[in-house]
Design a protein around this ligand. Sequence first.
Ligand SMILES: [Zn+2]
Length: 194
Amino acid sequence: MIRRRELFAKEVCALRQSCLQPGCPVETGELLVLEIPVQDPSGCPFLGQLQVARELAGEVERIMSRVLECGYPIWCMRSLSDFGGDDRAAMAANNTLCFNGRRVAGSTRWSWHAYGRAIDLNPVENPWIRCEGVEPPAGCAHLVRETASFLVLTSEHPVVKIFEAEGWEWGGHWKEKGPDYHHFQKPVHAHKPD
Ligand SMILES: [Zn+2]
């Protein structure tokens, strides 16, 4: 069962130290932690920690319950602060996360991650294919999307359908900046980040 809790003081401290770029639109008090009992691809269970926007907690709980029900494994689910705020290091470790108080890569706009409204799932099997390169680099092994691996997200994958049924956008559809197969977001259209 997924549990919801407030951030511990030490987690707030760690976020402030390494994960909040100046001017970040969300305060740590606007986040909650979901403790999610997941399994890695070898079937080994562990308790994932996902920091999400407080107002989306119920929705993300519902989504992640369905993701678990369909047997989708997760390699690692830890706070970005466990990687010293280094997004590249977190992606290289195949970490699944939500909150990241940063701007969009290569832009001045705030990412939906900075609002706790975007989730990256298993980024190595689901890389972002930008013209600047593949992120994370280990994702180069997964450029072919038609595969038997259940970890590889495609437009027909049940996990993508689960997110889309709740009105989340999947980065795998992006054409202009290249498909970002690990990224899901739930924008607030009333106040776009900028
Ligand atoms: Zn993302």
